[in-house]
Structure formats: C-alpha cells, structure tokens
Design a protein around this ligand. Sequence first.
Ligand SMILES: Cc1cc2nc3c(=O)[nH]c(=O)nc-3n(C[C@H](O)[C@H](O)[C@H](O)COP(=O)(O)OP(=O)(O)OC[C@H]3O[C@@H](n4cnc5c(N)ncnc54)[C@H](O)[C@@H]3O)c2cc1C
Length: 644
Amino acid sequence: MPNSKRPQPGEDTLGMNASITRRDFLGSTLLASGALLLEGVAPAELLAADDEFSGYGGVGEYSRSNGNTLEVLQAGHKLRDRAYDRLPADTIDTGETYDCVIVGGGISGLAAALFFLRLAGPGKAVLILENHPIFGGEAKQNEFQVDGQRLIAHQGSAIYLVPYPHSFIARFYDSIGLHAPKLPYQKWAGPDSEMVLGRTPYDSAGLGRGQYGFWFGPKFGHTDGLWLLDPVGKQMQGAPVAETTRKELQHWFSGKAADQSKFEFPKYEGDPASRLLDSMSLEQHYIKHFGVSQDTIREFLSPVEGGGSGLGPDALSAYCDYAADLLHPFDDGAGEAVQMFPGGNTTIARLMVKTLIPQSIDGPVSVDGVSRGSVKFDALDSPEAPARIRLSSTTVSVRHDGDPAKAETLSVAYTRDGKVFRVKARSAVMAGGSWTTKHIVLDLPQEHRAAYAQFYRSPCMMANVAVRNWRFLYKMGISGCRWFEGVGNYMDVCRQAIVGVNAPEINPDSPVVLAVKVLYSYPGISTEEQGHRGRAEMLATSFRDYERPIREQFTTMFGAAGFDAKRDIAGIVLNRWGHAYLNPQPGFFFGINGNPAPRETLRSAPFGRIAFANTDLAGTMDHRYSILEAQRAVNQLLDQVLRS
Ligand SMILES: Cc1cc2nc3c(=O)[nH]c(=O)nc-3n(C[C@H](O)[C@H](O)[C@H](O)COP(=O)(O)OP(=O)(O)OC[C@H]3O[C@@H](n4cnc5c(N)ncnc54)[C@H](O)[C@@H]3O)c2cc1C
C-alpha cells in the first residue's frame, strides 16, 4: 500500500498544538541554563534542559518519574566529576546506623533488602537509597487516562517468564505474592474479525501470520514510503533492496536463519560452546553461522537483533543471544512462557515493596492489590519499619571507616533536596549499577576499578504513544510493523494482562499504547563510543524535537490508512534511560586472552564490607539476574563479613 504524495504536514495538522496534557511537563524549563552552566553540566544537557526535557509524564504515581529525571542526570554527572570525594563541611549526620545500606531501589536493591531481612536474623535494619522519585529502577510504568479508560505501559523492564514450579525464582515470586505467574489477558470482542495479537510488544505475533508490515522510506528511495505487507509470506518480494539482501532477509525473518548443524548451542553457562561464542562478536557469529552479510546486519538487523542488549551485533559478545535462555528455557511447549503485566515488571517491584513494608501500598499483597492500591509515600521511610526506602536520594560516597580489611563500619553519604547527609552502615550492597558504583565507592581497589572500566552501558528511550484507537493498523491488516529509519524500529499492538486495568476486551477501536523503543547504535565505532554518542544525542534532544518526528513518522506511515495525529494521539511520554543496557563485548562473560572476566572480580567476594549486585554483573539485562545477583551479594555479606 504505497502512500500517496502529500505536502509536509504542519504543526497544527500533526497535533503539536493540540490540547493534550503533554504541556504539563515537569517544569524543567524553569531550570535556568545559567545555573546549569555554573554546575559544569555538559552542553548536551544544557540544550535539553533549556527546552523541554521531561515532557509530559502521564498521570498517576509515575508521572514525575518517566525514565531518568533531569535531577537524577544532573546528580549523576556530579558524581562522575568526583564532586563528593570530599564531603562539604555542612554535611548533616543523621545519627542513623543500619545493618545494611543498599544503594539502588530497583529490583536488585529491593531483592537485596528482602534477602537480608529474611536471613540476617531478627532486629536488623536496612535502608535503601534510591535516586528517583519512586522505586523500581528500570521497572516502572506510565499511566494514561484516555477517553475514560486507564492505560498502562512499561517504561523499561517488560517481560518475565513462567518459572519451573519448584525453581528458586518460582519460590521467590511466590514469596512476594506472585502465586500464579500465568496471567489472564484481554479477549477479542466486537464485530471485526479477530486479528492475532501478542501478549507483549516483543512478540511480532503477526509476522508469521501475514498480519505484519515492513515500511521502507526515503533511505530506500521512497520519499513517501513503501509498505511491504506480509513480508514473510511474500518472501520479501517487493522490498526495495538488492536481490542478495532480499534472500538474506527472507531467510532471517522466516526463522530459518539458525542452521543448527553449523554450530553447537551452549547447554550451560561456561561450557565450551558458550566460551567459544563469547570469544567472538555477535556480528561475526551471524556472518559465520547464519549466512548474513555485514551490510545486511548493520542496515536491517542492528540494533534490534542484539540479544536485547541495546547496541547492535557488531558491539556485542555472541554469547549475548543465548545467555538469558540458559537461565530458563524460553519455550514451554504451549507458547505461554512469556508473560507481561500492563506496566511490565513494575508489578514485580511493587509486590517486593509491599512485602518489605506492608503499609507502603494500600490493599492486599496480590498482583491486583498492588496494581490498584496507592503508594503511601510516608510509610516508605518510617523509623518503626525494619526496611526503609529513601527516595530522591542520590548516594554520592561509600567508604570504609578505616582499613577496609578491619573496619567495623562504613560511612554512606547521599544528597537530597540540595543537602548532603551521612549515615553509618555495618555493610552495604551496591545495587545501583556499574556506571555509578565505580564513582561512589571511594576506596574501591584498582582491580575492581579496572573491572568496572570494562562495563559499557548504552542509552534507550521508550517512547510510549497512547492512541485513541488502532483502527488504522487494522485497516491495513496488520497488528505490528517494522521500519529501518527514523525514530525507533518497530511496534506491536498487544493484548494486555487484565491486572489493574478495567478493560477485559480489545478491538480496533480500543485505546492502546504503542511502545516505540528507540535504541542508539552506530555500527563500526567502539562500544564505549557508541554509548557516549547515543547518550549525547538522547539527552540533547528536547521533548518537542522528539515529539514532532514521532508524529510525522506515524502520519507518513499510517496517514493513508486514516490515521490523524491530531485526532488519534492522546499522549506521548518519553522515558529516557541514560545507561539503560549493559553491552557485553566479546570476553565479557568468560574472559579473553587469559584475562579474567571483568564481572568475576566484582562477584567473587565482597570488598571489605561492601558487596556488589545489579543485573549488569550477570552481563544480561534480566530482572531474574537482578534477584540472583542480590541473593549472592547478601549471602556473601552474611557468610564472610557480618559476625552478628
Ligand atoms: C528498555 C528496557 C527493557 C527491558 N526489558 C526487560 C524485560 O523485558 N525483562 C527483564 O527481565 N528485564 C528487562 N530489562 C532489564 C532490566 O534492567 C531488569 O529487568 C531490572 O529492572 C534491572 O533491575 P536492577 O535493580 O538490576 O537495576 P536498575 O533497574 O537499573 O535499578 C538500579 C536503581 O539504582 C538507582 N541508582 C543508581 N545509582 C544510584 C545512586 N548513586 N544513588 C541512588 N540510587 C542509584 C538507579 O537510578 C535505579 O533506579 C529491560 C531494561 C530496559 C532498559
């Protein structure tokens, strides 16, 4: 369905001036650029802060915490610039001493608190320091109110797998109130004939069933775009690409690319097959074993096919593609292994908080309870509770009080509301991630610093576009699509789990949120450089300068099918994650050239009274690893550090 020639849409046509709530942005424009300059903020941030940065944040409890907030980014850059190596004279001593201070209130930090309180014996106290206005880390959600319906979408961490019933993860889920991991989902309703819809935005459920489209734009010589509907069924015939590329893409997207006779799949982490994979890039692996050329990989598969690690195959270890599968087989035989709450793993984070601090969320400890209940922010940091969560608090330094081998306590400093505070701790779990941990543990040994220097993380922006209906897609006969230029790469309509939402049915007139994941890859330059460049681009672009191309792109792609940006877009929320994904380079998992794997230096033992967690230590961005790394870190403190 080629689009007809049309003039460039103007601001009004695109709905840029429509009265959607996006204009309630967080007041980031109030931050004077002069003040930021004095604070040594990079020009990229200045540009973003000078215009709109946060943009519209949706409604509800997460409306002030979409992605990394500007305040969090500014505080992070002060850390990077070592502004707190010496604490200011007016640092406030709170007089508190905790058995364990946990840095980071994402799934790993929350799990560390749960494990510590369950295992360390009675009477213990833990404090979680989290820099965002709400807990969850990358497991957060956006909420929209569209035509009377509450819509929920994930900001980052999305899917989980149904674990084996007696596995550690199953028992953990059960312990936080996730007793039945297979969820009920919306059912098709209404007069229109049913279209296949996945349960998650990653399913591409229509691809193998003829209900999917590939869009080719100006990059391929089609100024107004060319749709190839049912690309798999049509064997890519009609795609504006060279014949060799067409054959490669046909092979890849038909799912036949993996010629199992050509290489050995890893069976367990660390076996010879996984080590071999880790010795090469994913790109080399695809070329050698899947018969795809470098040009095709870089043009069409990057960055989406990167083992879920943010960058493209050129930058990643080939083991990335297999690591998560080894934790638990992806396929349960019934096609129901992959599950997703409407807001992704936000619900898992909320269940953990409710279990840690029962008064923290209204209602029962159940998936529906925590999805509908309100957070009692006052109860999160109550002196009576064994676990306290202190939000909007950026940890700026962690240091042993004396020789790390002998010290009995740590001093932990954090900033909040422009002031610096200090608490004491008998132990600490650093669950915030490599990019801050390496700066804030001030007495970190050189070996650990060298290890963390090999952790590269790249940005990601989750653009959640709430539309009043998706009839335009239905009219085209598709439930999802992919494109190869512009903002993002793909999107999918999915049936939501009926948890915390009141719409048990879906049809083409239902309002939905289309999640457009924006990754920043620049194949060919170093992994580290790709991360820096992507972050600079993402942080320097104002809300408006993302909003307009998104509206334009939707208009160009779907205008002929009746889509009207002004009428149909109900709201756009941008969730910018500066250090979204760890990008494991070859050798990250098992070491290379006789050198140890960087993660092992940090995982093998605590440093003094400090143990290290966060999913990035596993090399795989998966909340199950967040939990497993937290369990290991807490066990290390209990086994090797804490005598009482
Ligand atoms: C776009 C995207 C999609 C994903 N999809 C999935 C998915 O489908 N399924 C899945 O299982 N996983 C997914 N992940 C991976 C995700 O990282 C994990 O699931 C999990 O949420 C990570 O939890 P964590 O606690 O290890 O790290 P984080 O979520 O990063 O939590 C760390 C927290 O510590 C805070 N922090 C850092 N430094 C400091 C400091 N100095 N002081 C105070 N606080 C600090 C951070 O801001 C953050 O809030 C996805 C990730 C992204 C970015």
